[in-house]
Design a protein around this ligand. Structure first.
Ligand SMILES: [Mg+2]
Length: 401
């Protein structure tokens, strides 16, 4: 088959499948992963009407026989890493979308893993055999269509859309299948009689624009006609740089917790700069004395490796996650995700790195000076002023925060 160069691969009911894989007594049963809230559920639970992001109690009212298991994020990360290793074996261009989902460019691999259908089948078999999980795949000429195809192939299926049958395949699908058509847009489209992708494809953008606005109208009509020029771009969303610190409840004052946050951000951004990466998403996680957890994330306007910018976001996230319970914390963690290679972004910046380096006032130059000192004298050599005060180690060289 030619003309289907994009593969969308998506693990089936990922968290719940890992639980069923690791505990055979759960196989074939409705499984809910979550504590207060349903994070994920097995196909058996979905069939009974259980939905993610609802309360566990509510889900059990619908499906009383469901087995509820707490999430084991480490097991999921480990499974994801193994699946991503398999992705990398089957294509040199992998664009990770999440822990369990990626686009792969599978054109021109005839001599390596076969034509696109053979590649997809080989990948599915490898994930099944080596990781013990089922993964569904969609093959098409665009990302838009490949993602729809994998959703239609679930569970444990492969659907390849040949270029000459794209319109035929898309036409009868409900408009909600189109990326970006959520509840609001769907309501607007339905109010003017557009219910299928085919109707959307044939609609007049100027008429559509009256209900959705012009740019949305153009984008929707283009997608419905399978016009999606976005290529598969290498990206690994699993990778993040993090740092965390655990302490007994009540042992730190709120100020000391904020100082700990600064040191964690410092450590994480140092590792980020060391790897020549920039982050787009800052996450702060906390654990309370009763073992409950809270996590807050924020996307940054532009990707950065600067300690000050990340710390600014992290402080707000900590306040939002811990609120007035700051004294109750027993663990504080920072993770920097959604990484990009430093070079790609540098090209978009008006100043280049060398120019920055020679100007001590330039943003980021303090970070690099600190990294440099730590590189030469060890990580304890330099500490931000807010940390030194708390530890009372006045002998340490201090640089202003
Ligand atoms: Mg999935």
């Amino acid at each position: 088959m030619t003309g289907t160069p994009i593969l969308h691969a998506d693990l089936d009911a990922f968290y719940a499948s890992v639980e069923q894989r690791d505990d055979r007594s759960l196989a074939g049963l409705p499984v809910i992963v979550g504590k207060g809230v349903v994070l994920a559920c097995s196909y058996e639970a979905k069939a009974m009407g259980v939905r993610t992001a609802t309360g566990v109690r509510q889900a059990l009212a619908i499906c009383p026989e469901a087995k509820v298991v707490p999430p084991r994020m480490e097991a999921y990360s480990e499974a994801s890493a193994r699946v991503y290793e398999i992705f990398a074996r089957f294509s040199p261009v992998v664009e990770g979308l999440s822990i369990d989902e990626a686009f792969l460019d599978v054109q021109g691999l005839e001599g390596i893993s076969g034509d696109p259908v053979e590649t997809a089948e080989g990948l599915r078999a490898a994930v099944r055999k080596e990781v013990g999980l089922s993964i569904s795949a969609g093959l098409a000429s665009t990302k838009f269509l490949a993602k729809i195809a994998s959703a239609q192939a679930k569970p444990d299926g492969l659907l390849a859309i040949a270029p000459d049958s794209e319109r035929e395949f898309l036409g009868p699908l409900p408009i909600e299948a189109v990326w970006g058509v959520g509840r609001v847009t769907s309501g607007k489209l339905r109010s003017i009689g557009i219910t299928t992708v085919g109707e959307l494809a044939d609609s007049d953008p100027t008429v559509l624009a009256r209900v959705t606005g012009r740019s949305a109208a153009e984008r929707l009509v283009a997608l419905a006609n399978n016009c999606d020029p976005r290529p598969v771009r290498p990206r690994d969303p699993r990778k993040s740089f993090g740092a965390q610190s655990a302490f007994p409840a009540g042992s730190l004052e709120p100020d000391e917790i904020r100082a700990t946050l600064a040191s964690l951000v410092d450590r994480a951004t140092g590792r980020l700069r060391g790897a020549r990466k920039l982050t787009r998403t800052v996450t702060v996680g906390v654990r309370f004395a009763d073992m409950s957890r809270a996590t807050r994330s924020r996307s940054l306007e532009t990707p950065t490796d600067r300690t000050d910018l990340v710390l600014e976001a992290a402080r707000e996230l900590l306040d939002s996650a811990a609120g007035s319970e700051m004294g109750d914390l027993t663990l504080l963690g920072v993770a920097l995700g959604n990484l990009e290679a430093d070079r790609a972004v540098q090209m978009e910046l008006p100043l280049d790195r060398e120019q920055n380096d020679s100007d001590p006032e330039a943003p980021g130059s303090l970070d690099r000076a600190l990294d440099d000192l730590r590189g030469r004298y060890g990580t304890e050599a330099v500490t931000r002023a807010s940390l030194v005060d708390k530890r009372g180690t006045g002998a340490t060289p201090v640089l202003p925060e």
